[in-house]
Design a protein around this ligand. Sequence first.
Ligand code: CA
Length: 237
Amino acid sequence: MGKQKKKNTNVKESKKSNSHIWLFVIIGILTVGLVVYMLTGNFNKKNTEETAITYENQPYLGDENAPVNIIEFGDYKCPICKNFNESFFPLIDEELIQTGKVKFFFLNYPFIHVDSERSALFGETVYKELGNDTFWKFHKLLYEKQPDDQSLERKDIFTEKFLNDTLSEVTTDENVKKVNGNFKKDASENAVETDEALVKDLGVTGTPTLFVNGKKFEGNSFGDLQKMVEEAAKESK
Ligand code: CA
């Protein structure tokens, strides 16, 4: 009897150690799976490779074949964007765009006020109906016309009439009518939504935010941006 009992205990022990082996096997499989998942890049997919960005149907400045893409995410109602466009952008234009080093895109991140949404949609309509050149003239003028008084940031300034009047400063009355007709029909709503989807995917949280070949610019000076552009140009060769 005693022997028999001992035998039973051995069976139990052997079952116990078998279940330990299976536990190790399962943990092993899960670990290998996790490592493969991380190595194949799925784990870091949110960390924005350039492939995640579609530049098609977005307004841009510069040489079509420039090796580096810069995106500015902006809001026409944002005072820092106005400042950026008037003091920082001319340097980018002169040193990076005009020299053929960079293709510069503007994308909408309208979040401050109803004016932000309205002017983003209007801008997209200008781009769709009148093309790249007129879009950039309108874009520049709209930032110039943003009031310096920042207390107006959350007031209705960019009304439909204001946007039409601004556009009429850079194109014909006939073109203004064409844009306004399509603006009223929300014909370019999808374009704004495309920009906003990218804002979400790239984790943009404020304006202006720049991306250089899909990587967020974290520097402070034009020199920092220039350095980042040079590195991106080397990588793209
Ligand atoms: Ca756009």
